[in-house]
Unconditional design. Structure first.
Length: 148
């Protein structure tokens, strides 16, 4: 029997591997994904996976690295850093941002609530302004930090 932190980390790993079947298996039928940076609230595995596939189309090599983890009862909190290269169009409400071929490095935090070994809900917090600056879509563009 997997515990709450293992299930949360498995969801991130499934995204890293772009394994949508594994992602679907980890989600409750009525799962909710709340993406704070984009103001998207998605319900059900179909909508959630579609959003993840959109990110993967824009950043095919995108992966999260685990920084810290916290767990309490049915809730896991993961501190992450997302890295990747913007090689595909990034869909936004105002249209697609063409590939910039620029790297991103975006800190994030995701809060998962697990029920019956399935992800019931997650809230994903990340800095969209930093991401947009790193791909050159905003004034004052800042390059991604390089790993030391």
């Amino acid at each position: 029997m997997a515990n709450v932190i293992e299930i949360a980390k498995a969801a991130i790993t499934a995204y890293n591997e772009k394994d949508w079947n594994k992602t679907r298996d980890l989600l409750a039928a009525d799962a909710v994904y709340d993406e704070k940076a984009t103001n998207r609230r998605l319900e059900g595995s179909g909508q959630i996976i579609e959003a993840f596939q959109g990110w993967a189309a824009a950043f095919p090599d995108s992966k999260a690295t685990f920084i810290r983890e916290f767990v309490s009862d049915d809730t896991a909190v993961l501190e992450l850093v997302w890295k990747g290269v913007h090689t595909g169009p990034l869909q936004t409400p105002t249209g697609a941002i063409p590939a910039s071929n620029k790297p991103i490095e975006v800190p994030a935090c995701e809060v998962f609530r697990v029920e019956g070994e399935k992800i019931k809900s997650s809230s994903h917090y990340f800095d969209m302004l930093t991401l947009l600056k790193q791909i050159g879509a905003m004034e004052g563009a800042a390059p991604a930090k390089s790993a030391a």
